[in-house]
Design a protein around this ligand. Structure first.
Ligand code: PLP
Length: 394
């Protein structure tokens, strides 16, 4: 699908796609920290502003480093075009501002990143957008929620923290049957493990803050899809409203993309080993990880993803007290709700990411007090296991 590199695999695109060398012949990607660009003469300035000539104008909407990042991520996702944003949330906001209007309706998975729920419910809700939240895995719930005003369906798969999977192909055909779009937040898998556009999704959303950076340094986001959708609905919002990715962050993400494939494989390998070890541990009552054959959607995961990802959750008997004991028993693991880092992070969803929910809502979402989420990093696997032992063994 990528015109410039039709035959390259995602691993090679991550390293090669989008680079535009300057006359200096630099091997690494150049960084352009400039707010504006100069023109040869008045006629060229006029041609650029009236779109008769393509080229840089102003870094709110045209910057070469950001463009390289956009082209590389578009190539990896198999999309025609990508637009980068200042954060993952800015990308999701752009989705709403670009595709919705007063009175429009959206159907979202109930198990979305918490801030995404608030964005749809509280911020877009203020402008007359209505959102229905449904169970990610229940196709008939999605179908029943769609109305003539529904513009798109929005989901994350695997879900956080319980790793439920959506059947992207099935939901794409449902969306298209009702003349709406399917939008997939692909943060957990990245294009290395899952390519939603190839499965029928219309747009892919990213928080580059997570695995794309991979080392917890910068905030950024992106939307990938067809030229038509991006040019008509998404890019005009970026150009006018300005939630722009900085060239420095784009440059950090470019170097992140270069190692994304090997990192994702290593995250998956560590996570699978940890999941299997936890499943055998007597203090652990349940492990949620799509790579375990005990996962109820194991087969779908094997078909839809080329790896099971780096995030897993598990339950310990004894509720919050036992879960906190595991977390506080660690020395090396970082106690933080962030994910997608080379450093392993551990968090207690019931009192952090899902702490705003009522007890009843939490119960409905399956977030028990004994649940612990781990974003498995790239430390040596035995060191990760050993760090969990003091809190698990009594
Ligand atoms: C972090 C995250 C976001 C938001 O991205 P920011 O870069 O933090 O704004 C959206 N979706 C998912 C799944 C995330 O993990």
């Amino acid at each position: 699908m990528n015109k410039k590199h039709p035959d390259y695999s995602v691993e090679s695109l991550a390293i090669r796609a989008g680079q535009q060398r300057t006359a200096e012949g630099e091997h690494s990607d150049a960084i352009f920290p400039t707010s504006s660009f100069v023109f040869d003469n008045a006629a060229q300035a006029a041609a650029r502003f009236s779109h008769q000539e393509e080229g840089n104008i102003y870094s709110r909407f045209t910057n070469p480093t950001v463009r390289t990042f956009e082209q590389r991520l578009a190539a990896m996702e198999g999309g025609e075009r990508c637009v980068a944003f200042a954060s993952g949330m800015a990308a999701i906001l752009a989705l709403g501002m670009g595709l919705l209007e007063n009175g429009a309706h959206v159907v979202c998975s109930r198990s979305l990143f918490g801030t995404s729920v608030l964005l749809f419910q509280n911020i877009m809700g203020k402008f007359g957008v209505e959102t229905t939240f449904v169970d990610l895995t229940n196709i008939s719930a999605w179908q029943q929620a769609i109305t003539p005003k529904t513009r798109f369906l929005f989901l994350e798969t695997p879900s956080n923290p319980l790793t439920h999977l959506a059947d992207i192909k099935e939901l794409a055909s449902l969306a298209h049957h009702h003349d709406c779009l399917l939008v997939v937040d692909n943060v957990y898998c990245t294009p290395v493990l899952q390519q939603p556009l190839a499965l029928g999704a219309d747009l892919v959303v990213h928080s580059a803050t997570k695995y794309i950076d991979g080392q917890g340094r910068c905030i950024g986001g992106a939307i990938v899809g067809s030229e038509e959708l991006l040019n008509q609905s998404i890019y005009p919002f970026l150009r006018t409203a300005g939630p722009t990715m900085s060239p420095f962050n784009a440059w950090v993400f470019l170097t992140g993309l270069e190692t994304l494939a090997v990192r994702m494989q290593a995250h998956c390998a560590n996570a699978l080993q940890l999941a299997r070890w936890l499943e055998e541990h007597p203090a652990v009552t349940h492990v949620y990880y799509p790579g375990l054959s005990s996962h109820p959607q194991y087969t779908l995961g094997q078909q839809q993803q080329s790896g099971s990802g780096g995030v897993l959750s598990f339950e310990v008997a004894g509720g919050k007290q036992a879960a906190w004991k595991v977390i506080d028993g660690t020395q090396m693991l970082s106690i933080t709700a962030n994910l997608g880092d080379v450093k392993t992070t551990i968090t207690h969803p019931a009192t952090t990411t899902h702490g705003r929910l009522t007890d009843e809502e939490r119960k409905q979402a399956g977030i028990s007090d004994g649940l612990i989420r781990i974003s498995v990093g790239l430390e040596q696997i035995n060191d990760i296991k050993n760090d969990l032992i003091p809190g698990l063994d009594t």
